[in-house]
Design a protein around this ligand. Structure first.
Ligand code: NAP
Length: 243
């Protein structure tokens, strides 16, 4: 039997977008605890303690994304892990949804994820290793009234991830999506009553925590997941099971 290759997870260059709070902050803290060099991005420039770098980057701005990746690869070497987590909601029924509501969500949640992946992949392809993880959502699988923009963006991430997974598989780079359900963060706090209704549908009987999502992301970025690519891993307490 061929022995497992050595675990190369020590002190990786990990970029986490939207790391100032919620899921992104928990993901960044997870990799910090593993001893990785975490580069935390957000517009506010806040980050959990222990990150190697904290950058103010708007992921919807392709030039900012390219510059930020170029700067940290010059210092820390190729990107080993990118977690494209930054996301927003601008909910509203489609009939009354403004062009701005539609565009802002697509610009951050889908365009932004593409810009980040494209920039990080350049160094991963040269290094012939790496892991891209997009934070999607169960919203496109279930359909959620009021989230046409958000569901479209998150559905787009699945197509993006699977196409990229095929494009870079020969370089040993994996590309996956983590699709959270109802997780306790500022984003779900804003849902009010509608959030309480959604939470009541979770088979495991509780909302998820940001740390629940971070665990799944950490696994997909680990050597144990090196044969997993092009998959969508739901982290939802069973909320979207069967969809
Ligand atoms: P959150 O608490 O609202 O945090 C969003 C993060 O994204 C913040 O760090 C924010 O930082 C950053 N961000 C927003 N726009 C950005 C931009 N243009 N450029 C850079 N950073 C930006 O949300 P969350 O609940 O943790 O959600 C994180 C991800 O999980 C999102 O993609 C969301 O769609 C997804 N998700 C969440 C849930 C849930 O139940 N919470 C469920 C499914 C999927 P700044 O404001 O400082 O920029």
């Amino acid at each position: 039997m061929t022995p497992d290759p050595p675990d190369t997870t020590a002190a990786r260059h990990v970029i986490v977008t939207g790391a100032s709070r919620g899921i992104g902050a928990a993901v960044a803290a997870h990799f910090v605890a593993l001893g990785d060099q975490v580069v935390a991005w957000s517009r506010s420039g806040e980050a959990p303690p222990g990150c190697a770098r904290t950058l103010s980057v708007d992921v919807a701005d392709a030039a900012q994304v390219t510059d930020a990746v170029r700067a940290t690869t010059a210092e820390l070497g190729p990107v080993d892990v990118l977690v494209a987590n930054a996301g927003i909601t601008r909910d509203g029924l489609a009939l009354r949804m403004s062009d701005e509501q539609w565009r802002e969500v697509l610009a951050t949640d889908l365009d932004g994820a593409f810009y980040c992946a494209r920039a990080a992949l350049a160094s991963m392809v040269r290094a012939r290793r790496g892991s891209l993880i997009f934070i999607g959502s169960v919203s496109p699988f279930m359909g959620v009234a009021g989230q046409a923009n958000y569901a479209a963006a998150k559905a787009g991430l699945v197509g993006l991830a699977r196409s990229l997974a095929r494009e870079v598989a020969s370089r040993s780079i994996t590309v996956n999506v983590v699709a959270p359900g109802f997780i306790d963060t500022d984003m779900t706090a804003a849902l009010g009553e509608a959030g309480a209704d959604l939470r009541a549908l979770v088979p495991l009987g509780r909302a998820g925590s940001p740390a629940d999502v971070a665990g799944a992301v950490g696994f997909l970025a680990s050597n144990q997941a090196r044969y997993i690519t092009g998959t969508v891993l739901t982290v939802d307490g069973g909320l979207a099971m069967g969809y």
